[in-house]
Design a binder for this molecule. Structure first.
Ligand code: ADP
Ligand code: MG
Length: 372
């Protein structure tokens, strides 16, 4: 059921983390009502929206209540219960559908989809058991990554294998088969592109972000990415082509490797706002959250403009106390805090956006704080 969504209507969000929170901020700015489903009564989204249903994500009764109260349903993470969504698809608009989630939930399905549609990925093989792994390792070769097909994030559920010595680390991962074995891409840098598409098929594409990871967690995003403009154009065109191939509705984060051969390799797809797109709140004419909300409401899709070059830095649990002092030193930095009550090592607590015309200087300034 796809109904036209207007100002004053209600957006229902499954998941109450920071992505839901920033979706809610954007939705509220355009006069929408927002209701969130999350088991934690203190969750970031619950703090800023009209109403929260406090229940587990896969609670069918709770999803039915969400469907009854909302005009359109969306989600802020990919591990949504597909059966629960299917159960309400006749009573509420779910313009993103369930097919995109089905593909992106599973690394094998995702990479197979990309390959079948002509998009370049790392060489990969499906692994169903230990024996399979021995055989496929011969074909893929070192260095490679062994990853669980479902549920991994921020480098969890995966190991990099450089040589035979690393094989002892595979036991734990292989217990969670099916897995995927991927050849390590020899990359110059990691990038991502956010792309949004509405129900009518109109598209907004964001500029390429260069992403620097520390301990496999995003540390900084730099926009525009420091790659040749020909490669950037190709990355953006590839993002648009992927959105079309998927019949996308909503926002999609596309993680890419820019190879030392200057080729673009697609790493993974996130059918939701993405950490590497947070820069767009201050640096673009529309944020990734604005675009997602417009897309699911089937409003027209604007052309995205980068207003100023930008660096986004993540604030993890271990950075919080240091960052609080920075507020008084860095007067033109934008400090975001998601309002999470529990501070934990490596937990995403907030981020900082720095608009800059002197990128090298800004990167140095970040390092000189000694916080990261
Ligand atoms: P996650 O869901 O944890 O983000 P990713 O597949 O994006 O999983 O892997 C996390 C990080 O590990 C990537 O950002 C990249 O730095 C590295 N990585 C993963 N797969 C590969 C690969 N095939 N080649 C090179 N680096 C990889
Ligand atoms: Mg990733």
């Amino acid at each position: 059921m796809n109904k036209r969504i207007e100002q004053g209507d209600t957006i229902g969000i499954i998941g109450g983390g920071q992505l839901g929170q920033m979706l809610a901020f954007s939705a509220k700015a355009t006069g929408m009502k927002v209701i969130v489903l999350d088991p934690d009564p203190t969750c970031p989204t619950g703090q800023v929206c009209d109403c929260q249903i406090v229940a587990p994500y896969d609670d069918v009764n709770a999803i039915q209540q969400l469907a009854a109260e909302a005009d359109v349903i969306t989600y802020e993470f990919e591990n949504v219960d597909l059966d629960a969504l299917d159960a309400v698809k006749d009573v509420v608009s779910i313009p993103q559908g369930t097919e995109l989630l089905r593909i992106t939930k599973d690394r094998i399905r995702e990479k197979t989809f990309l390959k079948e549609h002509g998009f370049q990925t790392a060489k990969f093989a499906a692994i169903n058991n230990e024996h399979d792994f021995q055989i496929k390792l011969e074909k893929v070769g070192f260095p490679c990554y062994l990853k669980t097909c479902e549920g991994g994030y921020d480098g969890k559920g995966q190991v990099r294998l450089n040589n035979e010595d690393d094989l002892k680390q595979t036991k734990e991962i292989l217990q969670h088969c099916p897995c995927i074995l991927e050849k390590a891409v020899d990359f110059k840098c990691e990038c991502s592109v956010m792309v949004g598409r509405n129900v009518d098929g109109d598209i907004s594409v964001f500029p390429v972000s260069e992403n620097i990871h520390r301990n496999q967690i995003l540390h900084e995003s730099i926009v525009p990415a420091r790659i040749p403009s020909k490669v950037a154009v190709h990355a953006e065109e590839t993002a648009v082509a992927i959105a079309q191939a998927l019949d996308l509705c909503g926002i999609l984060g596309i993680e890419m490797f820019i190879g030392n051969d200057d080729q673009v390799y697609i790493n993974e797809l996130a059918p939701r706002p993405h950490n590497s797109g947070h820069y767009s709140i201050e640096a673009c004419n529309f944020s990734q959250f604005d675009i997602h909300n417009r897309a699911i409401c089937n409003w027209p899709m604007p052309q995205i403009k980068l207003l100023q070059p930008v660096v986004m830095v993540n604030v993890l649990g271990q950075h919080v106390s240091g960052v609080r002092n920075l507020i008084f030193e860095k007067l033109d930095w934008h400090f975001h805090d998601y309002g999470k009550s529990e501070v934990r090592l490596n937990r995403k607590m907030g981020h900082i956006t720095i608009l800059t015309n002197q990128l090298d200087q800004t990167l140095k300034e970040i390092d000189q704080t000694g916080i990261w």
